[in-house]
Structure formats: C-alpha cells, structure tokens
Design a protein around this ligand. Structure first.
Ligand code: PHE
Length: 468
C-alpha cells in the first residue's frame, strides 16, 4: 500500500522542478513524445536497414520487436518518470522513498544521462547533414546536374560534405543552437510550443511526399510489396538483432528522455494507452517514410540496399530525375530536419534538468553549459569524417565508436534496467494503477513482458552485439 503516492499522481508534482508547469494536456505529451520518437531513426535509418535486410520479413520482425519489447520498455520509462515526478535521478530517488525500492536503481538514470549526452553529440552532426541538404535543395544545387552525370554528382556531393569539416561543424552548430534555443524556454513554453508546430507539420509534409511518390513514380505497388511481402528465406539472425536494436533507438528508450517527458505529466493519465499511441505513431511514420522513399528509388531503377547513403545519395539521384524534383527534395529535407529537431530537444532535456536540480543552476545556465559540452564532443564526431579520420579505436572512427557503444551497449543496458525495475521493484498495484490496466489478464501480460520477455530479448541483443 502506498497512500502517499496514490494521492499524488506524480510524487513531485506539487513542488517539482522549479520550472514552469508540465505538459498542458495528455495530447501535448503524446505529441512531444511522438516528436521525440520520430526522427532520423525513422526516416534515415529504418528505410536503409529495411532495404539492406531485404524488406518484408525484416519489417515484420521489426513490428514484432516494437510491440513486444519496445512498447513495454517505453511504457515502463514513462511510468517511472510520471510516478517519480522529477529529473530522472530524482525520480528514482523519490521512488526509492515512496515505493521502498533500493536507491541503487538510480544508476540507471546516470547511465541513461551519459548515453543521452553521447547520442546527442553525434545525432546532431547527422541532423546537420539534413540542414546542409535542405540548403542545397533550396538553392537548386542539389538537382542541377547534367543528365548522365547525376549519380556521380550526388555521390560526389555527399563525399564532399563529409570531407568538409567547416560544413559539418556549421550544420552541427546550427542544430545545437536551435535545440538549445527551444530547451532553454522550458517544457511548456519551449518544448510544447515547438512540438505543437513541428509534429503536425511533419505529418503534413510526409503525407504530401507519399502522395507525390504514389502519383509520379508508378512504383507504389512495387514499394508496398517490398516493404510488406515477407520472404522469410532472406531473414538472418543479424537482421533480427538489428530490428530489435532499432526498436529501442526509434522509440527513444533506454536513455531517460521518455522518463523526463513522463515526469511532466499531470493528473491521471493511463500510461499503457499513451505509450501505445506513441509507438503506433512512430511506426506509422517509419512505414510511411518507406512508402515515400522506395517508390521514388524504384522508379529510377535504383537499389534499395544502398546503406546509410540511401537518402543522401540514392534519393537525390532519383529527385534529380523526377518532375518538380528540386521542390520535392527541399520538402523532404525540411521534413527530415524537423523530425531530427523534435528529437534533439528531447535528448537535451534530461541532461539539462540534471544540472538544474543538482547545483541548482538556472535553466539558462544549465542549457548553455550542457549544450556547449555536447557541442564540443560533437565537433570531434564531425572531424572524425575528415581530418581526424586516422584516429580510430578497434578500426572504428570516433563517430562510429559512439554510435556502436550507445546503440549496442548503453541503450540496451538502460532498457534492461528500466524493465527490471518496473517488473520487479515496483509493486503490482503501482504498475496497474499507472499503466491504467484494469483486468488481471491484461496486467499479467504486461508484467510478463516486463519481467521475462523484454529482459531475455535484451540480453540476447547485448550478447550478440558485443560478441560479434
Ligand atoms: N527516436 C529518435 C529517432 O528515431 C532518436 C532518439 C533516440 C531520440 C534517443 C531521443 C532519444 O531518430
């Protein structure tokens, strides 16, 4: 029994944060969380890994991973934040008091914050690429190649961007500046205002792109078959692991971002349906992104398995040959930039909240200091594509090392901590109350996912990710 906690839906609600109020509504929260989840992962990474791993069967496995592992982890993370009501560290401490769990669980928040810091540093560099492409598409430079030289030109453009430290640092600096400008204003006046504009905008742009792809490519059916007709013969173990790892990344779980967002929820919000809506929107965007990209790629007879260059090389090659290609390219990269920005703000938020509480810094100071530190580490990532490319660790550049360590180690470990905490340290009653699950059967399923299915799946990813 936990009467104190039951009375206050978020323990810290009364006095939390010193920052102005939380989300103004459940809807605002779902939009912000969906904005966090929808990002480069959906538009850049999902289509290219689906392409590399052969399409349909991979997509099916990915959907199963999102539903069976990603969704419970997401719900657990939001729930911990909501119940604790503070910065991720404070939430665990508060829960240690209110729920009688060990304060040692706070280390999950520490790990998550480290992970958030590192992810933001290189994520912002890739987000900068989208700004650079947006600029080139808007000026017409992206689609101005002579017929016959288009492929070589697009490859050349991408290579030239990566080889240019100034351009990379400029893009990264812009992304970090915009992120800081939003975060500094706080949850209600900064983040919520921004996502209210960005998230609906994202959907409009995406639907426009899908319609364009359907109308002009003549390859919509081929793309739909590629994404949805499974060929299990092509499925490998590696594909399953990549799908599971990506389910984490795309839902923004394992690094406290969703915990921080959940902590700003007010009142009686049922976490299970909210998390399901967020995961559903995220999946919808990933699939729609595939349906926008592959028809265009197929229409020009290009390969879907081009890897990370899919949207920065293959797609521009296609745009350059399509009607209104320049305009569509600009729309696409604008969409990508917005998707990235609504994610970067969610990664900076928990890190800033930490400094706001501990040394009790002002929001402005916390944002400037943390943002600048992240920026500095990001510069090293940007340089690792060019002048710093000889500095490698285990044959990987600085950028690749950060990507590897965060995606394959820190995110799964963080996610594991979160599900174990929700599955074992929280009482059945708290879980039922916060998830908003009335039936015993429903609760049994959620708890079994948290206690057995998720930990087992995560352990396998970790093992394979590290041993291979
Ligand atoms: N989910 C985001 C994407 O798909 C990335 C992200 C990871 C955002 C972790 C926040 C936290 O691009």
């Amino acid at each position: 029994m936990n009467t104190r906690a039951d009375r206050l839906p978020g323990l810290g609600e009364a006095g939390r944060s010193g920052v102005e109020g939380g989300w103004s509504s459940r809807f605002a929260f779902v939009m912000a969380a969906a904005g966090s989840a929808v990002g480069l992962g959906n538009v850049w990474k999902f289509p290219y890994i689906a392409g590399e791993y052969g399409g349909g069967a991979f997509v099916l496995v990915y959907l199963a991973c999102v539903a069976l592992v990603g969704l419970p982890v997401l719900a657990a993370e939001i729930l911990i934040g909501k119940r604790g009501g503070g910065s991720p560290m404070e939430s665990f401490r508060e829960l240690a008091r209110g729920e009688g769990s060990s304060p040692r669980w706070t280390s999950i928040a520490w790990l998550g914050m480290l992970c958030a810091f590192l992810i933001l540093s290189f994520y912002s560099v890739v987000a900068g690429w989208s700004l650079s492409y947006l600029w080139q598409a808007s000026t017409g430079a992206l689609t101005s190649a002579e017929p016959g030289h288009i492929a070589a030109r697009m490859e050349g453009l991408f290579d030239a961007l990566l080889a240019n430290p100034t351009a990379l640092i400029l893009g990264h600096t812009l992304v970090m500046s915009l992120t800081m400008a939003i975060v500094v204003k706080g949850v209600r006046r900064g983040l919520e205002k921004a996502v209210r504009l960005m998230v609906p905008g994202l959907f409009v742009l995406l639907v426009g792109l899908v319609v364009y792809a359907a109308v002009y490519s003549g390859q919509f059916g081929a793309a739909a078959r590629f994404l949805f007709a499974p060929d299990f013969g092509a499925l490998t173990w590696d594909a399953v692991l990549v799908a599971l790892g990506h389910a984490f990344f795309t839902l923004s779980v394992g690094m406290t971002a969703m915990m921080a967002y959940g902590a700003h929820l007010r009142g009686r919000v049922r976490v299970a349906p909210a998390a399901t809506a967020i995961a559903g929107l995220d999946t919808l965007v990933a699939l729609l992104a595939g349906l926008a990209i592959f028809p265009i790629v197929f229409a020009q007879g290009l390969e879907p398995g081009a890897g990370p260059g899919l949207i920065f090389v293959t797609l521009p090659i296609a745009f350059a040959q399509m009607p209104a290609g320049g305009f569509v390219a600009a729309t696409f990269f604008l969409f990508l930039a917005i998707a990235a920005l609504s994610s970067t703000i969610s990664i900076l938020e928990p890190v800033v909240e930490y400094l706001e509480r501990r040394p009790a810094w002002s929001r402005r100071r916390a944002t400037v200091v943390m943002g600048s530190l992240v920026w500095a580490v990001g510069v090293l990532s940007a340089l690792s594509f060019n002048i710093g490319s000889e500095y490698t660790l285990f044959g990987k550049s600085f950028f690749d090392c950060l990507d590897f360590v965060t995606s394959n180690v820190l995110l799964p470990v963080g996610g594991l901590g979160v599900v174990l905490y929700a599955g074992y340290a929280l009482s059945r009653r708290t879980l039922a109350l916060e998830l908003g699950i009335g039936s015993d059967r429903g609760l049994f399923i959620w708890r079994s996912l948290l206690r057995y299915v998720c930990p087992a799946a995560i352990a396998v990813v970790l093992y394979r990710g590290l041993v291979h």
